[in-house]
Design a protein around this ligand. Structure first.
Ligand code: SAH
Length: 233
């Protein structure tokens, strides 16, 4: 079964973007996922096909109209069980757990916002789940949608050559990943740690785990706290 991505956007030419290259590009070519874009402008009003208007109550910027956006969403004809997402800085944070859930499903309809945002009524009426890729403001939802899709596509069956490397990434274990080394054994007076050359796999596993814990404690103590919470449940 292939993952069907449907994107509602004013800039369909931004897709597949970087997802047309490398692993995701090959996966698109061989049908592991599919991409459909819906040009929101097609559903705009008047000579200029306007899709936005001034905010009710006043203030800066423009807001995407609910009628145009709903028509665009409805025109895509996605199945009722397909998650409908709106990229939004107000949304639920995108995590590896959420990425995993999406990758296990049939696909996603993703609405890319622009301007100040989207009329609240269409979010309610079309059951859009707001997803944020981080605490900063982008100029539009397109790069956020590409980021979400990138994370999902690499988990689809057959996309990553080495399935095992997926299980050990940062966040999959609740820890940041241990440091990596490769050849040469010595470079600019810096040696690969002896333990990694010892051939003792149990000792190497222990060292990697300690390093992962140290890095997580230093850089992301919030992850350790979250981990402690879930193991108590
Ligand atoms: N006025 C809004 C920001 C609008 S930015 C606010 O203060 O919350 C314009 C569009 O970019 C948004 O509608 C959304 O689709 C997208 N966007 C911006 N930052 C994002 C983020 N961190 N995560 C996901 N989408 C984002």
């Amino acid at each position: 079964m292939s993952f069907a991505a449907t994107i509602v956007t004013l800039y369909p030419e931004m897709f597949p973007g970087h997802l047309g290259h490398s692993l995701a590009g090959k996966a698109l070519a061989n049908g592991a996922w599919s991409l459909q874009t819906v040009q929101l402008r097609q559903f705009g009003l008047g000579k200029h096909r306007a899709v936005d208007d001034t905010p009710a109550g006043g203030g800066a910027g423009m807001v995407l109209r609910p009628d145009c956006l709903a028509e665009a969403i409805d025109s895509a004809g996605v199945a009722a069980e397909t998650p409908r997402l709106l990229m939004s800085p107000r949304g639920k944070p995108l995590t590896q757990a959420l990425v995993r859930d999406l990758a296990a499903g049939p696909g996603a309809l993703i609405v890319c916002g622009r301007f100040e945002g989207v009329d609240e009524r269409v979010i309610e009426a079309r059951g859009l789940t707001e997803i944020s890729i981080g605490d900063y403001i982008l100029s539009g939802g397109e790069p956020a949608a590409l980021t979400l899709l990138d994370a999902v596509i690499r988990l689809l069956p057959g996309v990553m050559g080495n399935e095992e490397s997926g299980a050990e990434e940062s966040f999959e274990t609740g820890l940041l990943e241990h440091p990596h080394y490769t050849k040469p054994a010595e470079w600019e007076d810096r040696a690969v740690p002896d333990i990694l050359k010892s051939g003792n796999h149990a000792a190497i596993d222990t060292w990697r785990r300690e390093q992962a814990e140290r890095l997580t404690e230093e850089r992301r103590p919030d992850l350790l706290a979250r981990r402690a919470d879930t193991s108590r449940q």
